[in-house]
Write a protein that binds this ligand. Structure first.
Ligand SMILES: Cc1cc2nc3c(=O)[nH]c(=O)nc-3n(C[C@H](O)[C@H](O)[C@H](O)COP(=O)(O)O)c2cc1C
Length: 459
């Protein structure tokens, strides 16, 4: 029997991300309304995904030519709404799927973050995660009154301390603190709610959290550390790690590495689920899928400046200064932003021209290339998981639309389910339980396993 695996969806910001892509005709006028994102959440819940991760950054790009022009003209990560708002609406539209908004440590003090996440966990009955990022851009830092971001590895040292502060706040309510006993008139057992009085090098907080506890105790933590320091952080703190590592050998090495690091830090590696980015091209036939892949490549070829601008946004590099025919290995490319993405780009580029390197980097924007009918792709995913050792995939579609979501939810996922590779129903009410476990599920409120810490208020 093949080993089943997990599925997540990477939504690149609650924004007009797919502007200009096929079958996204209404995005230009509809992006402000939550309908597309709520529909997406419902469809992916129908397909029993573990979670939707809502990517975020809080600045308008200006790396390319030191101008905002290209970013605004082509809607590159702008306009982009606050993920807390989208997460709230998605949670209200669903009952089981996990919702994982992204927040950066430099944009939210620990108390604000812990309270907001606890509130989201409450209104979703225990289905919230937090994609924990340390930021990558000095432009974003300036939006928050900081001159620049701290150095890459120092950001992770700060993040370690940040985690201590927010974990302290989430733990400030002991299980059983909420009594709601009408006979005695006591709502909260005050002996079970504690101050935190955390005082670190960078962060301080008093506590306890006035929002009350998270139904899950603590939220599910997602992280994408790719550098040596980032992996160390992710393996210490994350319940699910998302990664864009290329090729099954690299995927296996990455997963083995973070699992070993987790074990060395006293954690159960089976509770650190690693999901790899994929961007499948699905067709009724193999020929149709190949044709769609060719169309996708042609679109990418016509968008080299946009692709470089997007990559420049996360690496803070002005690619407009280079001739597109320059071999990448003659350029001195460094970043204080997404280090691993730049390392991957340089490694796969070698002596290719900037144009060609960007095209091939973007062309396989997933960890592995998946092209074919739903059943063929299901087979390719199974094979890759077999080689990698397990955990699952994070869908990251460049041309996200209701059409592509339906192709995954109604085409690919049934093919995966038919092979026994992904769940047919959720076994648990709360996100962490579904994120860690894949036992055969059964739908329906009466069968749902209750979490001991929290009375379920809705189903
Ligand atoms: C799938 C995935 C999702 C990510 N989402 C975000 C995000 O929403 N916001 C952000 O600032 N960084 C995001 N990142 C960047 C990571 O947090 C991290 O900085 C990056 O993977 C490089 O790793 P490093 O920081 O260890 O160098 C993401 C990375 C990956 C692979």
């Amino acid at each position: 029997m093949p080993k089943p695996f997990h599925l997540g969806w990477f939504l690149q910001g609650s924004s007009a991300q797919a502007w200009g892509e096929p079958f996204t005709g209404t995005i230009g006028t509809d992006w402000m309304a939550p309908d597309l994102f709520c529909d997406m959440a419902r469809h992916l819940e129908r397909a029993c995904f573990d979670y939707i991760l809502i990517e975020d950054s809080s600045y308008v790009g200006e790396s390319y030519g030191n101008l905002r022009e290209l970013y605004l003209k082509h809607a590159l990560a702008v306009p982009r709404q606050d993920p807390a708002i989208t997460a709230t609406l998605m949670a209200a539209a669903t009952k089981r799927i996990g919702i994982v908004p992204t927040f950066a440590t430099f944009t939210h003090p620990p108390y604000l973050l812990a309270r907001m996440i606890a509130s989201l966990d409450q209104i979703s009955s225990g289905r919230i995660g937090w994609n924990m990022v340390t930021g990558s851009s000095d432009v974003a830092a300036r939006n928050y009154g900081l001159p620049a971001l701290p150095e890459h590895d120092v950001r992770y040292d700060m993040a370690d301390e940040y985690m201590q502060a927010v974990n302290g706040l989430w733990d400030s309510w002991e299980p059983g603190a909420l009594i709601a006993d009408r006979a005695s008139g006591v709502m909260i057992d005050h002996t079970k709610v504690h101050a935190v009085d955390f005082e670190g090098r960078w962060y301080k907080t008093h506590g306890p959290l006035n929002s009350g506890p998270c139904p899950q105790g603590r939220p599910v933590i997602a992280q994408a550390g790719g550098s040596n320091r980032g992996r160390q952080f992710a393996s210490a703190n994350a319940d699910t790690i998302v990664a864009g590592v290329k090729g099954t050998a690299g995927m296996k090495a990455y997963r083995d590495d973070v699992r070993a690091r987790a074990a060395a830090q006293g954690r159960d590696p089976d509770r650190v689920k690693v999901l790899f980015l994929v961007n499948p091209v699905i067709g009724h036939t193999q020929a149709e899928a190949e044709e769609r892949l060719a169309q996708r490549r042609a679109r990418a070829e016509a968008q080299i400046p946009q692709l470089l601008a997007f990559f420049g946004k996360i690496t803070n590099i002005d690619f407009a200064q280079y001739d597109l025919d320059t071999p990448v290995n003659t350029l001195d490319l460094r970043t204080n932003g997404h280090q691993q993405s730049l390392d991957d780009f340089k490694r796969t580029a070698g002596s290719k021209s900037l144009r060609q390197a960007m095209l091939s980097y973007r062309g396989t924007s997933g960890s592995i290339e998946l092209v074919g009918t739903p059943d063929a792709i299901a087979g390719q995913m199974a094979e890759a998981m077999e080689e990698v050792g397990g955990d699952g995939f994070l869908f990251s579609m460049t041309d996200v639309s209701r059409r592509t979501i339906a192709e995954v939810a109604d085409g690919l996922v049934p093919a995966l389910q038919a092979r026994g590779l992904t769940r047919r129903a959720y076994a648990h009410a709360q996100f962490r339980d579904n994120c860690w476990n894949l036992e055969a599920g059964y739908p329906g409120r009466n069968n749902v396993q209750e979490h001991p810490q929290w009375p379920r208020v809705s189903s």
